[in-house]
Design a binder for this molecule. Structure first.
Ligand SMILES: Cc1ncc(C[n+]2csc(CCOP(=O)(O)OP(=O)(O)O)c2C)c(N)n1
Length: 624
């Protein structure tokens, strides 16, 4: 590593001559590929953004000037160049560094992120604050074409275009989201970037013109003549931005030149660059979907070594396969996903029945309200959203679905602690957040069989709008592809009888509880255990059973304790069993943001792994 080994900060980068930078980009790619081969991460997007990252840190005075990354999964080169090269082996690891920009981690991470489409709004806020203080600092937002499908991005553009604050938005267009990008805007960008006549003419004249003034006049002229090329002016120009591009964003000399040219132009500007996701690593270039986050791989051959468990099915595949099965027998069923068809396995339905599923882009709010519209017209939409991303659409669930009493089935994948993606991605707030909302049923399966049965059961008229919440990863290894069984609304399942201590669980954490209870049984401790299945409506017969026979109730949930199952049971104690002195202990996620690590490490940290549950039971039994 001739160059990279000496770079501790962007100051060192600036000591290199422009001619040396392409070699540095090569070294950065090798470093990222090497690190990610053994320690998985978001490699595809980061490889595509290497030249952009080098150009920005070379030309701007970071961290005084601010780079605001959208989603942040493309920021590995940024982390490596800003003092975290040696820490990068701990990327996404327990007690290591975050896989996303994080303000507490580095002054170079101008804004924390993980969810999409925030960069323009955040960058504009920073730019406005800087302007108010009279600071000359520059602010750059970097947003992908996928992230640009999110409505928040347009709210930012709309505001920025009218405020006229200095801001550079770089649209990093690689024509792909995680899955192929979708939508009319995607088609528009494709048209812009593939219009060779327009782009070549613009590039040639730009080079001929020497003075900045002439270039600005030319840019104005091109804006108006674009009418001739496209029949309408650029969408960004219509929103008040000066539009530059589209240029090859993996061509470093060109990128340096163009950013240098436009850097000091006042007001809102947008530079459109075209890059290749996975650039520089053939397997990643050839299969960009799989290489978004491929798991471990051989850094020479590119052979992937995914951690496949052949004995068990993933919850997402139970969802995907079951939805297809149900859609075949019920023509009212439709699938909706905001940009996660392969992540949630809705691609199974899409492949076989393409007219029955919609990828709506990174647009969770729209996904929910679009589903509500379908339901209003008598269809039965299964809207699958990752738990942490549904946070975006909280009001849509309340206002457009629950208030209207429309039957939308929300399938919340990645519920609970998700592991290496860390604090921004844990799906731990859903149970607590949605519980107060009327007209909603909230269910979490103990295992893959219950997930399959619930996806089937919600078709029945006793169910209205329903949330089915399940985790990332594998089920229990049960045979689940058999006949469907109806799950009665609001009915808990008694797993074991006991005296003195009751354990009430919701979701797959009930399996860890069962193991802990078996262990305790070996020591003569009999524990009453209910798999509650529903947090709403709650099974009051099960709760009365626990309150009448036990002095201690332990609630366990893979989500925040505050507001979830623990709160349900505590409220029930106050309202229905006020005279009883029953101690209620809540195991789950505490009132703090849990960082990255393996799910096992994080669950242990929170104290609801099998050992933690066992210790809690033994503790209670000893004190009794
Ligand atoms: C609100 C939200 N929804 C979904 C995601 C999941 N997600 C992460 S990256 C990504 C694709 C982003 O595409 P793009 O902006 O084009 O960046 P690229 O990976 O192509 O560089 C998606 C859908 C997210 N991070 N946030």
């Amino acid at each position: 590593m001739r160059y990279l080994g000496n770079i501790e900060s962007p100051d060192d980068l600036k000591k290199l001559s422009p001619d040396e930078l392409p070699e540095l980009c090569k070294e950065l790619r090798e470093f990222i590929i090497d690190a990610c081969s053994g320690n998985p991460g978001h490699i595809g997007a980061s490889l595509g953004a290497v030249e952009l990252t080098v150009a920005l840190h070379y030309l701007y005075n970071t961290p005084t000037d601010k780079i605001v990354w959208d989603v942040g999964h493309q920021a590995y080169a940024h982390k490596i160049l800003t003092g975290r090269r040696d820490l990068f082996k701990y990327n996404r690891k327990y007690k290591g560094i975050s896989g996303f920009p994080k303000m507490a981690e580095s002054p170079y991470d101008a804004f924390g992120v993980g969810h999409s489409s925030t960069s323009i709004s955040a960058a504009l806020g920073i730019a406005v604050a800087a302007q108010k203080e009279g600071s000359q600092e520059q602010v750059v937002a970097v947003i992908g074409d996928g992230a640009l499908t999110g409505g928040l991005a347009y709210e930012g553009l709309n505001n920025a275009g009218s405020l006229k604050t200095n801001l550079l938005v770089i649209l990093n267009d690689n024509h792909i989201s995680i899955d192929p990008n979708v939508g009319a805007l995607h088609n528009y960008l494709l048209k812009v970037t593939t219009s060779h006549l327009y782009n070549e003419t613009k590039e040639k004249v730009w080079h001929i013109l020497s003075s900045k003034k002439l270039r600005m006049l030319f840019q104005k002229f091109m804006t108006s003549t674009k009418l001739a090329f496209f029949g309408k002016s650029s969408i960004f120009e219509s929103l008040g931005f000066r539009y530059f591009g589209a240029i090859d964003g993996n061509n470093l000399p060109l990128l340096l030149k163009r950013i240098e040219d436009i850097k000091n132009i006042p007001g809102p500007k947008l530079l459109h660059i075209v890059t290749k996701k996975g650039k520089g690593f053939k397997p990643a270039e050839d299969d960009q979907i799989s290489w978004h986050a491929p798991g471990t791989f051989d850094k020479v051959t590119g052979e992937r070594k995914p951690a496949i468990n052949f004995r068990k099915s993933r919850y997402q595949d139970v969802f995907g396969e079951t939805l297809l099965r149900l859609a075949k027998s019920n023509d009212k069923i439709f699938g909706i996903t905001p940009a996660m068809p392969s992540g949630c396995s809705m691609n199974i339905l899409m492949k076989e029945m393409p007219d029955r599923a919609f990828d709506v882009g990174i647009a969770e709010q729209h996904a929910v309200t679009f589903s509500a519209g379908m339901a209003a017209r008598g269809l039965l939409p299964y809207c699958n959203v990752y738990s942490s991303f549904i946070q975006r659409a909280y009001d849509n669930v309340i206002h457009d679905v629950a208030t209207q009493n429309l039957k939308v089935i929300f399938c919340l994948d990645r519920g609970g602690l998700v592991g290496e993606d860390g604090a921004t991605h844990h799906g731990v707030f859903d149970l607590a957040a949605f519980r107060p909302i009327p007209n909603l049923t909230i269910f979490s399966p103990l295992n893959e069989v219950e997930l399959k049965d619930m996806l089937y059961s919600v078709q029945s008229p006793e169910y209205g709008a329903t949330i089915i919440r399940y985790p990332r990863g594998y089920g229990e290894g049960l045979e689940w592809r058999d006949n469907f069984n109806h799950i009665e609304i609001g009915k808990a399942q008694l797993i074991s009888e006991g005296k003195g201590i009751a354990v009430l669980t919701i979701g797959p954490v009930g399996n860890a509880a069962s193991s802990a209870i078996s262990k305790a049984r070996n020591e003569g401790i009999e524990v009453l255990h209910y798999n509650m299945r529903f947090i709403k409506p709650i099974d009051t017969t099960a709760l009365d059973h626990a309150f009448n026979g036990c002095k201690t109730i332990i609630t366990i949930e893979d989500g925040v304790v505050s507001g979830g199952l623990h709160s349900v049971v505590s409220e029930y104690a106050v309202t229905k069993h006020p005279g009883k002195t029953v101690k209620i202990i809540g195991l789950g996620v505490p009132d703090s943001f849990i960082e990255q690590g393996s799910v096992a490490e994080l669950v242990k940290e929170c104290g609801y792994d099998t050992d933690g549950i066992y210790k809690t039971i033994i503790d209670v039994a000893r004190k009794a």
